[in-house]
Design a protein around this ligand. Sequence first.
Ligand code: PRP
Ligand code: MN
Ligand code: MG
Length: 181
Amino acid sequence: ASHVDGDLVNVLFSEDDIQQRLAEMAAQIEADYEGKDILLVGVLKGAIMVMADLSRAFSRHVEIDWMAVSSYGSGTKSSGVVRILKDLDTDISGRHVLIVEDIIDTGLTLSWLVSNLSSRKPASVEIATLLRKPDALQMSVDVKYVGWDIPNEFVIGYGLDYSERYRNLRCIGTLAPHVYS
Ligand code: PRP
Ligand code: MN
Ligand code: MG
């Protein structure tokens, strides 16, 4: 029993699935960035859980910073409007920046963010996202690390919200239509 019984249609990824995939991604990232300092840039708020677990899956030093941007209102649809709610604390010029995201949906947030960060003269900018919805993409985004590609359904949990709820679920699942209809 949990506090969301009935709101989840089905569990797509369990806590174990997620930890295992993040460990694989961290190992790949470590190999690719050998000898380079990495600055992980998490996108608030959705990326909080991915950042916490991905960063701890590294066996090496990484730095962490955060940006807050928002492409959604309170509903389930992407508005296409990206706003900076909180900028980085770090000067990223000359840094190897790895953006950490929970999900790429339309791609609007990430394509905007990549061009914004690229203009600050970093040594590199890449993206690591736990989830991606290929069928929802409106802007092509070059993503180096993807946990899983998923169907175009509304997913919640592990940082992903519906109207700010469900972020604290340990698993990722699909939201029952009765919740939002
Ligand atoms: C969600 C998600 C991504 C973005 C992806 O964030 O966490 O950041 O939308 O959507 P896109 O590819 O269509 O741009 P949201 O704007 O809901 O803010 P949140 O992370 O605070 O929930
Ligand atoms: Mn987000
Ligand atoms: Mg959201």
